[in-house]
Ligand binder design. Structure first.
Ligand code: NAD
Length: 471
């Protein structure tokens, strides 16, 4: 990819929202060398100074939030309220990092009868962040904020499907951060660069495999946040109450179902399947309105591209239950009428693959053992949820999910917390974002140790130079 990347509006694809220059491998090399030089200066600045710069950036982003949210809505097709929410959440996360960085990145020192040990939390150097289009601001900020706070420089390569808003946001930092634009060639030039010391990737399996292989070839450490096929399991005592159903519907259809941790498979007791479908349809009637992302009252916009629209339609059988109000023209924007697929074959693609589309299957189960087997089947293990009137029962069930993050009586965004680490098990990735573990991804522990026996003035032990220390 070279020249310019033009970004169309998925809600009205005749409109070009903006364009960015694509970075050739030579341009990427220049940027990484710049970042490497700047990082050495940035890392010598005291942590409080770096945090002041990040606080200023958080204020600048907040001041521009209305313009940024509209730009994000136009380039991604996400509804305006979601875009505002995503950018606001990114600002909150940036401030959370500022609040917690001092503790997380401070040296730890012990000095006692066994000796003196200083543990330093040192930055890696240049971090490469490769991010997807579905939540381009928060998913970039989860890397930018801790990387910069810890003293790294960062080069972000966003998806060519949502390059504009993150480009503007990066420009609001007075810190060593740059954005390079392009597709796989640009991403590969960045990940494979000799001066990149850590790679943070969020995206799908194919891209993840390629990026992990490139990084592995250079022995560059990675944090990988990959796809999911989250099950939502209703235990037999779960009420299908209005507010819970409203949350569940949006857990599957926010961002047109294009969220890694969307509720992607619904499981309810077989005896209550009809009752569930009826409650779910009513909820969708209340909370789901598909239309133009900038129009008031719309809760679901288009999908991201023509390919995504085709793929979504292929997953929706003729007998699917169409949900909510639909006020959009699928011939001028990539709109798809959201759908519930009732009792499909458990081995059908809409069940066993990550659909990443506004269509969700619901299946009836006969026993908890059966539903656990279904829920834990497959290679993915990002999120899951369990719904019950009895919290103890829900937590006991949750312990048996093969998932990195289990929600109780909710799913997706409404269940996130800045203080809870997020990431996948199995082939949904490794490493964590958010919370202390998310901060720890951007430092390496380096130790300085003076054993007691060899400190100035000490009496050397009798075991000789090759003996193990006493403690
Ligand atoms: P994608 O893998 O196609 O692209 C992600 C990024 O990787 C983009 O910037 C892309 O240009 C780049 N890329 C892709 N192939 C590459 C290669 N060979 N070399 C270098 N760079 C490459 O993913 P997407 O379609 O943008 O996003 C959807 C996927 O992301 C879904 O599977 C979703 O579940 C996953 N996702 C995961 C999380 C999480 O936190 N676990 C969050 C959001 C999205």
């Amino acid at each position: 990819m070279s020249g310019f990347i033009e970004r169309e509006n998925p809600a009205l694809f005749s409109e070009i929202v903006g364009s960015v220059a694509a970075a050739s491998p030579e341009a990427v090399d220049k940027v990484v060398r710049w970042a490497d030089a700047e990082q050495r200066i940035w890392a010598t600045r005291p942590l409080p100074d770096r945090l002041v710069a990040l606080t200023r950036a958080s204020a600048a982003i907040e001041n521009a939030i209305e313009d940024l949210a509209e730009l994000l809505a136009r380039e991604s097709g996400k509804v305006l309220g979601d875009c505002r929410g995503e950018i606001g959440f990114a600002v909150r996360y940036l401030r959370w990092v500022v609040e917690h960085a001092t503790m997380a990145y401070a040296d730890r020192e012990v000095d006692d009868e066994l000796g003196r040990i200083v543990e330093q939390r040192r930055p890696f150097g240049v971090v490469a962040a490769i991010t997807p289009w579905n939540a381009p601001i928060i998913l970039s900020m989860l890397k930018i904020a801790p990387a910069l706070a810890a003293g790294n420089a960062i080069v972000v390569k966003p998806s060519p499907l949502a390059p504009l808003t993150i480009d503007r946001i990066a420009g609001l930092f007075d810190a060593p951060i740059r954005v390079v634009h392009g597709g796989t060639e640009t991403g590969a030039a960045l990940v494979g660069h000799e001066l990149v010391r850590k790679v943070a990737f969020t995206g799908g399996a194919a891209g993840g495999r390629a990026v992990a292989a490139l990084a592995g070839d250079r022995l560059t450490p990675t944090v990988m946040e990959l796809g999911g096929n989250d099950p939502a399991v209703f235990l037999d005592d779960a009420p299908f109450a209005g507010d819970a159903m409203d949350r569940l519907v949006m857990a599957s259809f926010a961002t047109s179902g294009q969220v890694c941790m969307a509720a992607k498979r619904l499981y309810v007791p077989l005896a209550r399947l009809d009752e569930f479908v009826s409650a779910y349809r009513s909820a969708a009637g209340r909370v789901l309105k598909t239309g133009h992302p900038l129009s008031a009252g719309v809760t679901m916009g288009p999908v991201i591209s023509a390919a995504a629209q085709r793929a979504a339609r292929a997953l929706i059988p003729p007998d699917a239950v169409l949900l909510g109000a639909f006020d959009a023209d699928p011939s001028t924007g990539y709109f798809v009428h959201p759908a519930l697929v009732v009792a499909p074959d458990p081995s059908s693609p809409v069940v066993v693959e990550e659909q990443f589309a506004p269509v969700v299957p619901v299946l009836g189960y006969e026993s908890e053992e059966q539903v656990l087997t279904w829920a834990n089947a497959g290679d993915l293990g990002l999120g899951a949820s369990v719904w019950s009137a009895d919290e103890e029962r829900a937590f006991a069930f949750a312990r048996r999910f093969e998932a990195g993050f289990t929600f109780v009586n909710t799913h997706n965004r409404t269940g996130m917390s800045l203080r809870a680490p997020f990431g996948g098990v199995k082939r949904s990735g490794w490493g964590r974002e958010y919370a202390g573990e998310g901060l720890a991804e951007y430092v390496q522990t380096c130790v300085i140790h003076a054993p007691a026996a060899f400190r100035p003035g000490a009496v050397a032990p009798s075991g000789g130079p090759s003996a193990y220390p006493p403690g």
